[in-house]
Design a protein around this ligand. Sequence first.
Ligand code: IMP
Ligand code: MG
Length: 183
Amino acid sequence: MNKSIPNAIERVLLDEETITARVRELAAQISADYAGLDDLVLVGVLKGAFIFMADLARRLTVAHHVDFIALSSYNRDAVSTGAVRLIMDTRTSVTGRNVLVVEDILDTGHTLDYLVRTFRARNPASLRTCVLISKPERRQVKVPIDYLGFEIPNEWVVGYGLDYADRFRTLPYIGVLKREVYE
Ligand code: IMP
Ligand code: MG
């Protein structure tokens, strides 16, 4: 199937090869860090992290479980309200287990901050975060990132799981959305 660059995309920011190489590095680092540990649970944040999660998990050389959580996200306007709502919880308990939260993108930080506070309250053996993309300029809340893929400027990006109004998620690269699409 030919996935040509849609009209709404300003430019490709991170191409497939660049993403693949970085995901491989992150997976190697995580595999090394968790080598001696039991019971690693990856918790992917739906929907945005589903592709990153699948690629990352398949490159891990340590045993792990996969689970997901779903939160409310932005609506059509690309503006954060800071309000986060849990839509779907994990299937299994995280208590006493080594939890790694896998998130697509860190913008204001409210979403990950909410997740970290929520999981910490459940007493996991350990809790770390793995984020593919960070937009540091936009941060409102300080959140710890243990594994980070890329830092990018303050632009709306789509593809590789990331959307705008639920569109563009399955583009194989990460591209910058034209401003006129979301302004
Ligand atoms: P935060 O709570 O402001 O850090 O926002 C995190 C969430 O906002 C992410 O999980 C995404 O769902 C969404 N988001 C923020 N920036 C972008 C973007 O550039 N493209 C797509 N989604 C984004
Ligand atoms: Mg997300």
